[in-house]
Design a protein around this ligand. Structure first.
Ligand SMILES: Cc1cc2nc3c(=O)[nH]c(=O)nc-3n(C[C@H](O)[C@H](O)[C@H](O)COP(=O)(O)OP(=O)(O)OC[C@H]3O[C@@H](n4cnc5c(N)ncnc54)[C@H](O)[C@@H]3O)c2cc1C
Length: 424
């Protein structure tokens, strides 16, 4: 990609951004545009761009750039934008700690380095859940990968993970990998999904599974991995309404590889070190409408806050975090939020968790179960409806976006709003 190495590492930056994915790069650009003079992005990988670099399929950027790009193209553009605006991007460098306005970095080039910072943006992305996170019993042979690792091997290293592959989980990464492997001539024996509904975007179910005749087994899970040196089969079983496997109806699926695609978890090491307040559902930091965490001057955006379905929304959120961090560094603070959003019926979470009635916000939420013809409703805790919007359909895999304008809350004077998505 681009040689983005800064020639000098300064002792002080207005804003330090941890993570050089689309969230970090977008936040850095916005911080510069908000008036921060020196902005540093650190990323632990040899190149900035984040996970997008291994996502070589198209489908990125329709909202943000108005055209369909591949992951690397999207990453290239956001990196270029940041560099063109004078952002320093230090790769092969790790944010280890943050205390009293000093960031401790471990850098291949600079060793252990301390830089002072006026504000910080956490944009470290997410990590994949593994076999041990969901405790699949059985042997421990070679051939068990997370879907993202397999994606990296195939797309960046040109190595196939196996020849006959079963996939556990129907999230977008698993679906994209089913298609990718089929295109490489690998036999994909099936995608097995615990829930009664698929967990990826509708467009991915069609273009990754239906178009390649790959079977999707809903309400089914892997209950055993078998093989001495290499996987030779997995056992799968249907699950009952409590998601418990019905072992009497289990069957064997011959395969040499199992890809596990069972969700992402925000990369939370730094958030925990900083003792940030975390949301038990998103597992990322609780944030205000300025994307500020529970610690003054520490902002966050992207998958480290909550898992996004589209990178375009990551960029939108990054702009808010970066603008706020840049403003903070030069002494500008917006008025504090005055309303707390409470996830109610069929809503798993809302981000940000608080808003202000004086500014416009985009609130992201996820539903717990699919519904057709539903209503998104904001109401007071005692049941007075403040705002309603009709939705054609909702599924847990697709984030719902709500533009919250001051006019919608003109007659609301409380400090908590319940958010629910119910059948019409
Ligand atoms: C395997 C995988 C496949 C995906 N496929 C798609 C897809 O096909 N389409 C889609 O729209 N979205 C996809 N996503 C989601 C999409 O990538 C995200 O929406 C987006 O990339 C998130 O951006 P981010 O900047 O928050 O995180 P990331 O892109 O993950 O970037 C985070 C960066 O932070 C760095 N980092 C972490 N900790 C530190 C630290 N302490 N110090 C320094 N650097 C650090 C990491 O190296 C990484 O470069 C995928 C995600 C994954 C994990």
């Amino acid at each position: 990609m681009i040689d983005a190495r800064p020639h000098v590492l300064h002792d002080r930056y207005d804003v330090v951004v941890a993570g050089g994915g689309p969230a970090g790069l977008g936040a850095a650009l916005a911080a510069r545009e908000a008036g921060a003079e020196r902005v540093l992005v650190v990323d632990r990988e040899p190149e900035a761009g984040g996970i997008l670099l291994q996502c070589i399929h198209a489908g990125f950027g329709l909202h943000h750039f108005g055209e369909e790009l591949t992951g690397p193209e999207y990453a290239h553009r956001v990196l270029h934008e940041a560099l063109d605006h004078g952002v320093d991007v230090l790769c092969d460098a790790y944010l280890m700690d943050l205390a009293d306005g000093r960031a401790k970095l471990l850098s291949g080039e600079h060793g252990v380095a301390f830089v002072e910072t006026g504000a910080t943006v956490l944009a470290m992305g997410a990590r994949e859940r593994t076999r041990s996170a969901i405790r699949i019993p059985g042997d421990r042979p070679a051939g068990v990968f997370t879907a993202g690792l397999a994606q990296r091997l195939v797309n960046l290293r040109g190595v196939l993970p196996g020849r006959r592959v079963a996939i556990l989980g129907s999230g977008d990464i698993g679906l994209v990998m089913a298609r990718r492997l089929a295109l490489e001539g690998v036999e994909v024996v099936g995608v097995f999904e615990l829930l009664a509904h698929a967990n990826g975007l509708a467009r991915n179910i069609v273009t990754c599974l239906h178009d390649f005749d790959i079977p999707l087994h809903l309400s089914t899970t892997v209950v055993g991995i078998h093989g001495r040196d290499r996987v030779d089969h997995v056992t799968v079983a249907p699950v009952d309404e409590h998601l418990q496997p019905v072992l009497e109806r289990q069957w064997e699926v011959p395969c040499d590889t199992l890809l596990i695609s069972v969700g992402l978890i925000p990369e939370n090491e730094i958030s925990r070190q900083l003792r940030l307040r975390l949301d038990p559902v998103t597992q990322g930091p609780v944030v205000t409408s300025a994307m500020e965490t529970s610690r003054d001057g520490v902002f966050a955006c992207g998958n480290v806050v909550h898992i996004h379905d589209l990178v375009d929304y990551v960029s939108a959120e990054a702009t808010v975090a970066g603008t706020s961090a840049g403003g903070y560094a030069i002494g500008h603070r917006p008025a504090a939020d005055n309303v707390c959003l409470q996830a109610a019926t069929n809503v798993a979470y809302c981000v940000p968790q608080t808003v202000s009635t004086h500014r416009e916000h985009t609130v992201y939420l996820r539903v717990r179960r699919p519904l057709e013809q539903s209503t998104l409703r904001l109401s007071t805790p005692d049941g007075r409806v403040v705002h309603e919007r009709k939705l054609r359909y909702v599924v847990p895999a697709e984030m719902v976006r709500l533009k919250l304008r001051p006019a919608l809350l003109a007659d609301f004077h409380g400090d908590a709003l319940q958010v629910e998505v119910v059948a019409r």
